[in-house]
Ligand binder design. Structure first.
Ligand code: 6CM
Length: 258
């Protein structure tokens, strides 16, 4: 503010609120709420048919075999518990574009198509070709959110990132030889804190993160079912292990981000 006779007078009014919401805002909110509710259901409650297909330490991965018009769209649900990191940290590294190439190994190219707001971005991604299928690309919005603590026993620290396919005029599908894939992904993270009994400050030894990762990917065009299932079986455990190791490594010498 400008100094007038010793008093600070605000000369700049606050920024004007946008007159209209972005056309995706309502969709983002609805899909996030729905995906979070689904992610919170255990593999035993979520209908039948979740079959365990990968297990490594605390990590468990389940899928339901599902085909639409002969295309594999198997829903996937993974749970993992990782020591020394928070849900906010996991979601931060998953959401932020500047780290994506560090951990996403199936990526050939990625760019941010649109910044809707600080917590909502639209991405374009071109993935590496997997023989014998065509190369795949995807356009999706991505939203990061801190969830209110509605159940006391769950504690306050729940974060989520939801990715959902969308359309963008500058990136039409069905052009050239790439095939557009359609995805819905939900990463839900809960921080567990075991406060030290002696009242010492909370260190990374006292925290862990319970991670739930759900995804449904429609490959968008022909891909042999057996190859696709083999790719998923190999790539999803690799992704979750590599990504969480990356978050541990990035976070280890930094203050805890609750
Ligand atoms: O959720 C993950 N990554 C996010 C950030 O990149 C985002 C993107 C997901 C893309 C998932 C597509 C991967 C599969 C691409 C190859 C398709 C080949 C089809 C033909 C095979 C015969 O949500 C982590 C995604 C981890 C995927 C393993």
């Amino acid at each position: 503010g400008r100094i007038l006779s010793g008093m600070a007078v605000p000369v700049t009014p606050p920024p004007t609120s946008p007159m209209v919401q972005h056309h995706l805002t309502a969709e983002v909110d609805a899909v996030v709420k729905q995906q979070v509710a689904m992610a919170r259901l255990g593999v035993g409650e979520c209908g039948t048919g979740w079959q365990l297909f990968a297990e490594d330490g605390e990590m468990r991965m389940y899928r339901r075999e599902q085909e639409v018009d002969g295309m594999v769209v198997d829903p996937l649900k993974a749970v993992h518990t990782v020591k020394g990191i928070t849900g906010h940290e996991v979601c931060h590294y998953f959401f932020s574009p500047q780290y994506r190439y560090d951990w996403e190994t199936t990526l050939e190219h990625m760019n941010v198509v649109e910044t809707i707001s600080e917590d909502t971005l639209v991405f374009y991604q071109l993935h590496k070709r997997i023989w014998p299928a065509s190369q795949r690309d995807v356009v999706f919005w991505s939203h990061i959110r801190h969830l209110p603590n509605d159940q006391d026993r769950d504690g306050p620290h729940i974060w989520t990132v939801v990715n959902q396919s969308t359309e963008h005029p500058e990136y039409p599908g069905c052009s050239g030889k790439t095939v557009r894939i359609y995805l819905t992904v939900c990463l839900l993270c809960q921080t567990i804190v075991n406060p030290p009994k002696d009242g010492a400050p909370i260190s990374r030894n006292d925290i862990s993160c319970k991670i739930t990762y759900c995804s449904v990917v429609n490959p968008g065009g022909w891909a042999p079912a057996s190859v696709l299932r083999a790719v998923y079986k190999r790539e999803y455990p690799k992704f979750l292990k590599r990504f969480t190791a990356y978050v541990i490594n990035q976070s280890k010498n930094k203050p805890i981000m609750f």
